[in-house]
Design a protein around this ligand. Structure first.
Ligand code: ADP
Length: 166
């Protein structure tokens, strides 16, 4: 039986922290579904399609990684996909409380649901999507924090915004 897990997140955009987690996850699972959350209450920098394209480009054509999106509760999506294991990352103690709550709520909603936590590589524990967006918006160098294709995407995004004056 192939063991698969869903790796959900906003991935706005994918960082080297996410990528490190995907690589670690592939040592535990036979396959991963990297699932981009469409959150209507947030205004993301990249559209869902752009985020999916950046993930695919960064991961390459590894057949063990599927890139998808969802706009429902995670447990609903997991049931639909018949995959009951979710991969999450822990960067620091600060991530723990939220992840602990989330894992417990999800297990209440679906008793079959299991969360697997993986620590980030020490080089990337400080990297967050928010930090990357902020640094890039001021023209800072994000090349150590994101894959090259994402750095390029950020440059294009902020060049476009500057042209439009937004
Ligand atoms: P972010 O918080 O950076 O915007 P997401 O909301 O997309 O990222 O996070 C999805 C999952 O990836 C979460 O479990 C989060 O803890 C994990 N994650 C994000 N960045 C890192 C990192 N640098 N190292 C390890 N895990 C991470």
């Amino acid at each position: 039986m192939l063991r698969k897990a869903i790796y959900p997140g906003s991935f706005d955009p994918l960082t080297n922290g996410h990528l490190s987690l995907i690589q670690r996850g592939l040592k535990i699972f036979d396959g991963l579904v990297v699932a981009v959350l469409m959150n209507p209450s947030k205004t993301p920098l990249f559209t869902v399609q752009e985020r999916k394209d950046l993930i695919r480009a960064a991961v390459g054509d590894d057949p063990r990684v599927e890139v998808d999106s969802f706009d429902s509760l995670l447990v609903t999506y997991a049931k639909k996909r018949a995959i009951h294991t979710v991969l999450r990352g822990l960067r620091a103690v600060s991530d723990f409380e939220y992840e602990f709550q989330l894992a417990n709520v999800n297990r209440k909603l679906d008793p079959e649901f299991e969360s697997v936590f993986v620590m980030t590589g020490e080089d990337y524990f400080f990297v967050t999507g928010k930090l990357v967006r902020e640094v890039a918006s001021f023209g800072g160098d994000v090349s150590g924090m994101v894959p090259p294709v994402v750095a390029e995407g950020l440059r294009a995004k902020f060049a476009g915004k500057a042209r439009r004056g937004s």
